[in-house]
Design a binder for this molecule. Structure first.
Ligand code: AHM
Ligand code: MG
Length: 332
């Protein structure tokens, strides 16, 4: 039920749920809120940039898009660094994690962030929704020193918060701190996010499957069998196939309408395409908080022990009963 509650008010109200909270996590989510508004503004101008050119020049097709990735990356890094709450950040756009210890006070900050600043950005050119994905952990290395790799390579179940921003027909910020999933819609006239989707849950059963079927011949046998199951007649079947190719948009739709998202191993991506730390883990945390499930086909995503910052993993996520059935086919 939509309310008049703004994201800012909601964050303050929910701070009480963390009895020992010093308000840092709230401030961190506030920083993400602020940065997402800036990125939203830039994403909405994307078509115009093609006409007027970025920085006053007309750029070659494709370059602007890349610029938007880079710009989103910069905006989020700056917003998060300014708040002095995190000691380091890892991003899809950066080879290594960034330590914020240029300002030595940052060594005393207890959170780290992993982020995909603009996922699905190849869609910008054709006016299709893109998104930002974020994942927040408490550091495990000792306070007072720079962030370490071990702070970023934590299992997904250690996340303290995660969420995404979808820059769609309307812009929404959806996040969890482990107490349900809540969605906020931006009123662009006021620049304010309002609670529009409190306590989001997957419907009991789903009938949408989302997969890049162009890779069909290279999928594992179990996935091929599952696709045939989706297409066969039965209760609620054949399912509907919907694939945007923008993870956040596909997940967001499936969360609201009921569905499963699949990115298996393929010829070009033998370990799947999606990245464990800043794409799969945050989405898996949200999915579980919404009563859904996320696995690599055999194991819970949130239990995978990460070895590398940019590690990829096969990803199956959505309504629990759909993911269970898929796992059944994979186990055959
Ligand atoms: P990106 O991080 O380079 O944007 O790629 C991730 C995107 C996801 O948003 C989307 O689900 C997937 O790649 C689509 O891949 P494909 O085009 O292979 O179906
Ligand atoms: Mg990405």
């Amino acid at each position: 039920m939509p309310t008049n509650l703004t994201l800012g008010e909601f964050i303050i109200q929910n701070q009480e749920h963390f009895p020992y909270s010093s308000g840092e996590l709230s401030s961190l989510i506030n920083a993400i809120r602020l940065a997402s508004k800036t990125v939203n503004h830039e994403v909405n101008k994307a078509g115009l940039v093609d006409i007027v050119g970025a920085h006053g020049e007309t750029n070659a097709h494709g370059e602007d898009q890349q610029k938007l990735d880079v710009l989103a990356n910069r905006v989020f890094i700056k917003a998060l660094q300014n708040r002095e709450i995190i000691c380091g950040l890892a991003s899809e756009e950066e080879d290594d994690f960034i330590n914020f210890d240029i300002d030595s006070k940052a060594n005393n900050n207890k959170y780290i962030v992993l982020i995909d600043p603009l996922d699905g950005s190849s869609n910008i050119d054709v006016n299709v929704s893109v998104g930002t994905i974020f994942s927040i952990y408490r550091r495990v290395s000792k306070l007072g020193a720079p962030a370490q790799m071990e702070d970023f390579l934590q299992k997904g179940h250690a996340q303290v918060a995660a969420g995404y921003v979808v820059y769609g027909t309307s812009t929404m910020l959806v996040y969890t701190t482990g107490k349900g999933v809540h969605g906020f819609t931006l009123n662009p006239a006021l620049g304010t996010f309002y609670l529009s989707h409190p306590d989001m849950k997957f419907p009991k059963s789903g009938s949408i499957y989302s997969i890049n079927e162009g890779n069909y011949f290279h999928f594992p046998e179990g996935v091929k069998l599952y696709i045939k199951y989706c297409q066969a007649s039965g209760v609620n079947r054949p399912y509907t196939s919907r694939y945007i190719g923008s993870l956040i948009s596909d997940f967001h739709r499936n969360l609201i309408k009921g569905g499963i998202y699949l990115y298996p191993s393929t010829k070009n991506h033998p370990n799947g395409k999606l990245r464990l730390l800043y794409e799969c883990n945050p989405i898996a945390f949200l999915a579980e908080q919404a009563g859904g499930k996320a696995t690599n086909g055999y194991k819970r995503i949130l239990d995978i022990n990460p070895k590398q910052l940019h590690q990829r993993v096969p990803f199956y996520c959505g309504n629990t009963e759909m993911v269970n059935r898929l796992e059944g086919f994979l186990a055959q």
